[in-house]
Structure formats: structure tokens, C-alpha cells
Design a protein around this ligand. Sequence first.
Ligand code: PRX
Length: 659
Amino acid sequence: MATEKTTAQSSDSISSVLSERRKFPPSAEFSSNANVSSMEQYEKLYADAAADPEKYWGEQAEQFHWFKKWDTVLDWKPPYAKWYDGGKTNICYNAIDVHVKSWRKNKAAIIWEGEEGNERILTYGELHRQVCKFANVLKIAGIKPGDRVAIYMGMVPELIIAVLACARVGAVHNVIFAGFSAHAITERVNDSRAKLVICADGTRRRGGSINLKNIVDEAIVNTPSVRSVIVLKVTNETVHMHDGMDHWWHDLMGLAVDDCEPAQLDSEHPLFVLYTSGSTGKPKGILHTTAGYMVHAATSFKYVFDIKDEDIYFCTADVGWITGHTYMAYGPLLNGATVFMYEGAPNYPQWDRFWDIINRHKITIFYTAPTAIRAFIRAGNEWVTKHDLRSLRLLGTVGEPINPEAWMWYHKYVGQEKCPIVDTWWQTETGGIMVSPLPGATPTKPGTATRPLPGIMVDVVRKDGTTCDANEGGYLVIKQPWPSMLRTIYGDNERYEKTYWSEFQNMYFTGDGARKDDDGYIWIMGRVDDVVNVSGHRLGTSEVESALVSHESVAEAAVVSRPDEIKGNALVAFVTLKDEYEGDMKLREALRNHVAKEIGPIAKPDEIRWAKGLPKTRSGKIMRRLLRELATSNEVKGDVTTLEDFGVLETLRGQEDEN
Ligand code: PRX
């Protein structure tokens, strides 16, 4: 119920967000059954954890199986942390074996549905059997603890099986989103020096299929570290199997027994590398390690999603992103939950696919991204209202700020005005949720991720590191180490220190702007660096620029974002061509396709403007702020005194009609 209401504008400026006053406390019914059921309980948990973080994180870690208990909870030599040092554990053992030894053995771990409507159910017992067999396959393939394994497949249960099998033997998984191009795979495999690639022959999408094996073939021509490729048959694509290099998943599984002791790994044993965009060209390999990640993935899932054994939890994220790692695979399984997994497009065969799934499978918890919600709003309410969604009890969002009107729509049409919404703020680097309502406790407000979880010390600070006043915009930082924090950027400690720890002393800098309101709720104002959030995915504008410049026709390029109703942000590229090239529609399309090939379709610029020259400072820095203004309003109002050549701005205006 709304306790107070004003007309909220769109979420594109601080002042418009400030006008949001609606507040939605959880219902008494929800609270009475919740794991944390009141603000008083949350406040106490938070205060106790803040008073003695190590005690709190030590207690959270007690629930897991340890082959050897830790000596110290935290060893902090800024900016390098060791959590649960001296301990030995295995996250795969905690995610499946412990359940197989309990009544959950025959409980559904994964309920999967393919785009064509086919279904599979894997119980914890069956998942365990498959993971053990595949772990033995990895051993047959010569994989040893610490070796990197790249995984490139669509959303099939075998993707989770492969991930868990790596964790079981101590191999470091590097999942590469199946929408990425051959070039992106090459870059990631080379950076992590992966020995093995696990892929599918193809993946289904909108009634057709995409041949993934061909993309892998193209990618690994230039990856000297790769010794073999394991191929899962999913779509029956025509594929070329190379002798000695390529092996069928099913052939190898036929050779493997289903008994495999989990490796007893040090707490800080590397678990996975996941690449994410940074503000300079090269993607960053975010490194997460075993025990700390396990503790926070599991406890945050339990608190934020208020999980119960009867729940069927549906997360729409791909395992190729961090959300899929933490809240599709590890978090739910560590809690013995039932996960629903879907391979296919959200609008196939029609715009009601998710609502149809929720009704048929009686989904109780649904976690998706604001960009999907905005697309559903545009498709029309009738797709939602024709389905019975009464099974739902909790909704979540992640990936970008949700504009209050999208939040209200989600609340009304999907949540039927009864489901709490958890707006969860976190990052690939944080490994798990940092700021989020606890659904049985926190009164929510549309557009804010509310308060930090117990044990998480976030703050909004000024450039000099001092805490901002209420409602003063500043930089979002994390003031204390947390168990699932990234440990470094794979192979690049210097970049790790510079990116996250150099801006403010002894504080982790998130790269996000934010403000705290009078209730201490955090309102995220978006990125403050050259990273943009398109459809909930982070893209470094410099990566797109590098891709453009790698085309033969391009001399120079600058990429900026402008607000977009559906995608959150749209990419606008200002391109200077080499003299011998003429900018026309055909070249525009060629450049867009070139970027798709270099990075993936999500990175395609929405608009390309030809620029005889780019606005630069006298020292040669491209003035992106001016380009952002031009891209958004076709005008430049801000300060241009540092601009070297005023003429270039004129020529950049007024090209919109051509696109
Ligand atoms: O800018 C924030 C935004 O997404 C960034 C992290 O992106 P990535 O590492 O790809 O992880 C996305 C999934 C965890 C953040 O720095 N972001 C994420 N969640 C929210 C958000 N912005 C506002 N509200 C959120 N709930």
C-alpha cells in the first residue's frame, strides 16, 4: 500500500528521483513468514554485524561443510583480502553433496524448459551424479586444480553441470556469454590462458538456432593455450569435429564413472574468472575465490530472496553474467532451492512467455532486469493480465536503476500489488548483492535499492572521501572488505589497485554515483566513468571505440550514451572516416555489424554520426561530455572554453534525420 504519493517523473535526473515519496511496507502476512520479519530485526542484525564484522562473517560461515576449519576470518592487507584463511572446503560439495545426504536428495534442483516447450527436471541426486561424472571427464581431459576452463554454451542444465564440475576438481571456470563473438572469446581465453573449452554445438533462439561450435572454431585459431574442446550436442548443428582436439560430451561421459571425491581446496583457491567491461579497452577478468564467495552467495540469497523449501525460483539472467553465476547457480543450490531455468527468448513465441511459464510452473520468486520490464510495458498489459500469476510471492530486479514508473508497473501487473520487490544493487566485482531490501522487513520505495545487507558497509562520499549529507549526490564506496569481494583483476594487480582502490583511501570505489535519502536509502545515479549500462549489461565505451577503429574505414571514433526508454542507455558513435571513405547508410550498417562481430550484438551502436573531427581539448583529450550533450539534445550548453576547435561542434549537430 502506498503511504504517500507524488507524481514521479522519469529517473534521468537527481531532482526527479527526489520527488518519489511512495513507500510500500511488506504485508503482515509476508513479514510473519519471512526469514527477517521487521526493520527492528534488520537494524539489530546490521548493528551487530557492523560492531564486529569478523564475528558476523565467522557465524555465517558455520553453516557450511569444511574439511578443515579456518584459522582467521579475515586477513586484510589493503587492498588484498584473505577470507577464512587456513580453511579447506569445496563449494560444489556444499551446493549438492550436502543436499544429497539429506531429504532433499529427490527434490528438484533444476527445472529446465527449452524454447520449444520441452522440459527436464534434475533432482539434487541426478545433478550430483552428472556433476561427478563430468568432473571425472575433466580429469580425463588432464584438468588439474588451478587450470582455467572456458565455457561457451546456452542456458542448458549442462552449463551448470560444467561449472559445478570445475569447482569440484578445483578448476577455474571462465564462462563466456553465448552472445559474444569469436573475437571476444579469443581475447578472454588468451587472457586467462584456458586449457580447455567446453561448448555446445548450438543454442536455440527465437525459433532458430545459433551454431556456437563454428564460433569457437573461429576463436581458437588464435589461442595457443587451448588443448581440447568438449562439445555438447544440443541443437544437432552441422559441426566439424577436429581429430585429437574436439570430443563429444556424450562420448566422454560414457567413459566416466559417477563417483568423484571433491577436491579439498584452500579457502582462497580461485573459483572463477568472469570478464566485465572497464573504462579502458581491455575487458577485466574479475577473479573470485572459493570460501568467501560461497559464504556471501548463500547468505545473501537466503536473506534477500527469503528462500523456503517450497519455492520455485526463476532467475532470467544468463549464466554468462555474474547474476547467473551467483543467483542462478551457486546461491540457490547452496540453499537447496529449486531453480527454474529457461533457454530461449522472452518474447518467443509471443510476449507472454515468462508469464505463461510462471503460471504453468507455479513460480513463486521471479528475478529479472529493468530493461526486460520496460520491454514488457511496451508490449502491452494484456500479455500479463491474461495469465494467473497468483503463485508469485516475491519479485526482484538487478542490473541498472529501475525507473519508478517501471517499478510501479512491475508491482501492479506482475506483483498484483502484493509481492514485495527487491531492487538489488551489486556488481560483478562484489560477487553478491550488497544493497537490497529484505522483503519481510524493509519498506520499499520505487527506484531505490534501499539499505545495505548486514555485514556490508557502504557509504556515499565526496571527492575528498568525506561522507555526503542526506540527499547530496556523491560517489558510492564500500568501506570494509566483504567475503565475496573480487580478489584482483586476473593477472593484473596494478589495474586492480588503480581501478578500485586509488580514488579514495582505504575504500573500494564502485564507479557509481549515488545519494542517500533521509531514511538512509541508497539511490543509484548511474556510472561516473566511461562505462555505460545497456540493457543491464556493462559496456566500456572504449571497447566499442576500439572495435570501430579496427574497421578499415575508421580513423577515429568516440562513443557516448544517451538515455533510452527500453534499453536504459543507447550508444551513439561519432566516427571520423579515413579520407578515402564516404559516410553513407551502407557504411553505417557495415560498422554496426563490425562491432557486433568484434564484441557481440549488444554492443552495436544505435546511432552513428559522421564527424569530420572530434571535439578535443588542447591536450588532445576527446571531450565526451560535449558529445553526450549533442547525442542527447543536439545542443551543447555546458562550458566549452577548453575546446580546441569550435568549428567541429557545428558539423556534428543536426545529423539525426539521416539515421
Ligand atoms: O551501475 C551499477 C549497475 O550495474 C553495475 C554493475 O554491472 P555488472 O557488473 O554487469 O553487474 C550487473 C549485475 C549485478 C553497477 O555498478 N547496477 C546493478 N544493479 C543495480 C544497478 N544500478 C542501479 N540499481 C541496481 N539495482
